[in-house]
Design a protein around this ligand. Structure first.
Ligand SMILES: [Zn+2]
Length: 225
């Protein structure tokens, strides 16, 4: 079970990125943050018009196509060490993407996935997201009460923290509702594929508590991080 694959899913504000980082740090698995991979894909020059397409989709608020996401992911997996396993954070986001997963895993020698579903009620999601601040440069997120948050300076790269225009309440509520539809279809699909699914509900605003619960739930199905 060295080449373990975890698919981390949850609504905006569930703390997926935070938990993925914790899993990665205790297990040596590689954290693949799909949103960030796409955002930074064009930090270096790419062949063809792929970067224009990504930019246009962003501007129009259209999700990137499955083909494009698949390509970016394959390019990335080809450059990293997958031998200790991979945590896919916020991927797949649709059944179409989920259908590409087995082929990707085969190609990179990864095991059949285990799904981690971090659930979070709408009010918790709204509260967390409307309060959070994001680094304008590296995209790290910060919560109230932390030193970088209060000082408005990222502790990783030293750049200014901002509150994103997209993190307004009405937009968060719309994103949440869209997520609920996606999750229903994905969970049905995973059920049909018989992937193990671990679910827990976050709400206490304690990433450490969430991590302990997550470890216990994984342990219950025989997975030790
Ligand atoms: Zn930063």
């Amino acid at each position: 079970m060295m080449n373990r694959t975890l698919l981390l899913m949850g609504p905006p504000g569930a703390g997926k990125g935070e938990q993925a980082k914790r899993i990665a740090s205790v297990s040596g698995m590689t954290h693949v943050a799909m949103g960030s991979l796409i955002r930074h894909y064009c930090d270096i020059p790419r062949e063809g018009n792929i970067c224009e397409v990504i930019e246009q989709n962003y501007k129009a608020g259209i999700p990137q196509s499955d083909v494009l996401v698949f390509k970016i992911l394959r390019d990335y997996l080809g450059t990293i060490d997958t031998s200790k396993g991979v945590i896919f954070d916020a991927f797949p986001l649709s059944v179409g993407e989920a259908e590409t997963v087995p082929a990707i895993l085969d190609e990179f020698g990864l095991d059949q996935p285990i799904v981690i579903h971090i659930d979070c009620d709408e009010e918790t999601a709204v509260r967390r997201i409307t309060l959070r601040k994001i680094c304008s440069h590296c995209g790290r997120t910060f919560t109230p009460g932390t030193v970088p948050y209060e000082n408005n300076v990222c502790d990783a790269c030293g750049n200014a923290l901002i509150q994103r225009e997209d993190d307004r309440e009405e937009i968060v509520r719309a994103r949440y509702k869209e997520y609920e539809q996606r999750i229903r279809s994905l969970l049905e699909y995973y059920g049909r594929k018989k992937y193990p699914v671990v679910t827990y509900v976050t709400g206490k605003d304690s990433p450490e508590t969430d991590f302990q619960i997550l470890k216990e739930k994984l342990h219950d199905i025989g997975i030790v991080l």
